[in-house]
Design a protein around this ligand. Sequence first.
Ligand code: PLP
Length: 475
Amino acid sequence: MEAPEFKDFAKSMVDYIAEYLENIRDRRVLPEVKPGYLKPLIPDEAPEKPESWQAIMEDIERVIMPGVTHWHSPKFHAYFPTANSYPAIVADMLSGAIACIGFTWIASPACTELEVAMMDWLGKMLDLPSDFLASSGGKGGGVIQGTASESTLVALLGAKAKKLQEVKAEHPEWDEHTIIGKLVGYCSDQAHSSVERAGLLGGIKLRSVKSENNRLRGDALEKAIEKDLADGLIPFYAVVTLGTTNSCAFDRLDECGAVGNKHNVWIHVDAAYAGSAFICPEYRHYMKGMERADSFNFNPHKWMLVNFDCSAMWLKDPSWVVNAFNVDPLYLKHDMQGSAPDYRHWQIPLGRRFRALKLWFVLRLYGVENLQAHIRRHCNFAKQFGDLCVADSRFELAAEVNMGLVCFRLKGNNERNEALLKRINGRGNIHMVPAKINDVYFLRMAVCSRFTQSEDMEYSWKEVSAAADEMEAAK
Ligand code: PLP
């Protein structure tokens, strides 16, 4: 494909994208296809001769769209949101065009330097303690990871490297294998599954500590640490979740941070979803104690209008991570080493895309005030839906309405609620997923779309209510 044709193709695609997104509300949110639907719609082999771009454009509606779950529809309420905005889409086009692999500073200086600057902009927007920021002139700094799962693992590996070094210095007679066998990390029973997975990948024991009212408290963490110390184990890492996946509960960072500091345990803060809300001063009380954390992560790709993938991670002392992963072949060395971060040392893969561009475009084209407005609108929509739920005597809230998430259920047993969700999703007009805490099953309504209006909340509640009516009629 040459440039003139590229221009026509890309313009046609931009028109298609705008039409798709602006009219997304009219599509059925959950596809009706069955597994294997796509295979008969495309040839068994790649074409021998080139096709036209127009043929591809035609196949988007025929082949792709019937099997798309429309995450950006105001009728999509499953999981947590994934972000989408025109500035981020355009930035991804430019990133695709530059297509550098910015693993070191010299591999594309703009890629590294814009990332350093954007992580500082973003850190200041959240009012992070200054020692997380590169501009403070200290050790700290930020990096864009692909996902929160990677950040949790990277922090765990950094914590492991740090503790190994400390214990080796104290017990030169112990071999590495013995020390690793004694390492133990902690998270609450409400932490995301990626935390348990990080423990498995990192080859260490990870304890699930009982939460209180879905939040990890300092005394429970301290008890778990003290028991392990008494048993001769070595506590080294704890994950504090700000905005749990089940119910958007907030662990007590102030308490857990103090316990972590007392026992020299690395505190990693996972605020994958709710962290975006910290750009609004009224939500920053949840961050109390952040100065005690060693690493902090949230996903602008969830709730801050930056398309996947963009997971912002800050480290107070990145040298633990940098040194933990440091392999230095000649072909990756360069003359400027040490004067700017070589982000290959801060992450698991070598290659990395120019992700800072989409952060730059979104921050400039929305401005902080419009991003704050986006968060506040979603929180208000959740309140609206929560009020509708409380006003119907058949229903109850399963947890406090926090941020853009409403956890609710029909009064009564789990089976009724499983049947309700099946009916809601079966009607095909809105989409939700369930969660279970202490064996109580409930439905989660997450406000996900940037196109959501107050009427959409009324519509979604009517769908829930109609599904409940159907159940009563079928009795
Ligand atoms: N942590 C929390 C609290 C989450 O809610 C999620 C996903 O929803 C994750 C981690 C995993 O995020 P990612 O897909 O970016 O790894």
